[in-house]
Design a protein around this ligand. Structure first.
Ligand SMILES: [Zn+2]
Length: 291
């Protein structure tokens, strides 16, 4: 149920967000305290914050006993000369990017795309991080989730959080940042990809890699009845139970294999999945090269 926006005076709007504002807003979501929470966030979306990303990270850790954030590092990825077909990748054309790629190390900063708040959680003295060279997660009091991750099962931490009735928090970001929808895609049988990354002096294969999230906002009206909302500074905050999110995604894709795909004409993945769906519908075995 959509809650009416909290009324704010002009003076409130001009005042920088403080630690207590963030704590109060997060508590108003009434997420049971023993549930794991994965937070995706944009510091900039909040407007001015006293103390910056560390203030918001500290408030998240204060309110949620078990907090996970994405700390992905795409700069470790390399593309080989050859690889499997139907992989939404142009092989052999990434030599310059390969030369820039870096070996993953446990303290490697998360990509800027993950946001300053996620990076501040990663750097918290009590935080731990998983070891996937591209799709690592970090957090506080969440070792069992982090340790469940495998190279071939990058979303295992989210699956364990799902089992523990976890929640997703979107703080100033929309569903295109909502990684848990990829777990729903995987459970629905949607095509995943093979990618490669630099780890421990070698190139490792990362199976079951997701691709595009540009079409994920189409899920919003379907999960609106389960979504709790509040406001922090200038940002809308949404909290969604993982169970409802993932089951809605799974049912949606199983009913329509093209659901939640983007409409970009140059999207290798979404166009590949659409073409394969058309061929399957007409009884033709998919044989697209995907490139
Ligand atoms: Zn796409």
């Amino acid at each position: 149920m959509t809650q009416p926006p909290i009324e704010r005076t002009q003076r409130d709007a001009d005042r920088p967000v403080g630690y207590r504002d963030v704590v109060r807003a997060l508590r108003s979501l009434r997420i049971p305290p023993n549930r794991p929470v994965i937070a995706h966030s944009s510091l900039r979306a909040l407007g001015p914050v006293q103390g910056g990303a560390e203030t918001v990270a500290g408030a998240l850790i204060e309110v949620f006993e078990q907090l996970v954030v994405p700390t992905f590092t795409y700069k470790t990825m390399v593309v080989p000369e050859n690889g499997p077909p139907d992989n939404a990748l142009f092989y052999g054309s990434h030599n310059d990017r390969n030369k820039m790629a870096e070996f993953f190390y446990p303290d490697m900063p998360a990509d800027k795309l993950m946001g300053a708040i996620a990076e501040a959680v990663r750097k918290h003295p009590d935080a731990a991080r998983s070891g996937h060279p591209v799709l690592s997660f970090a957090g506080v009091n969440v070792r069992p989730y982090l340790e469940s991750q495998l190279l071939a099962e990058p979303f295992a931490p989210l699956a364990v959080m799902y089992d523990k009735s976890g929640w997703v928090l979107l703080l100033g970001v929309d569903h295109t940042a909502n990684t848990s929808i990829h777990l729903g895609e995987r459970l629905a049988g949607r095509k995943m990809y093979t990618r490669w990354a630099l780890l421990s002096d070698m190139v490792v294969t990362c199976a079951n890699f997701p691709y595009c999230s540009d079409g994920f906002n189409a899920i919003e009206p379907l999960i609106d009845p389960f979504t709790r909302r509040t406001q922090i500074g200038q940002a809308e905050v949404q909290a969604i139970p993982l169970h409802e999110l993932i089951e809605t995604t799974r049912q949606l894709i199983q009913a329509d294999p093209t659901a939640l795909l983007c409409s970009r004409s140059d999207c290798l993945s979404c166009n590949l999945i659409r073409r394969q769906h058309v061929r399957t519908k007409h009884g033709v075995i998919p044989e697209d090269t995907g490139g």
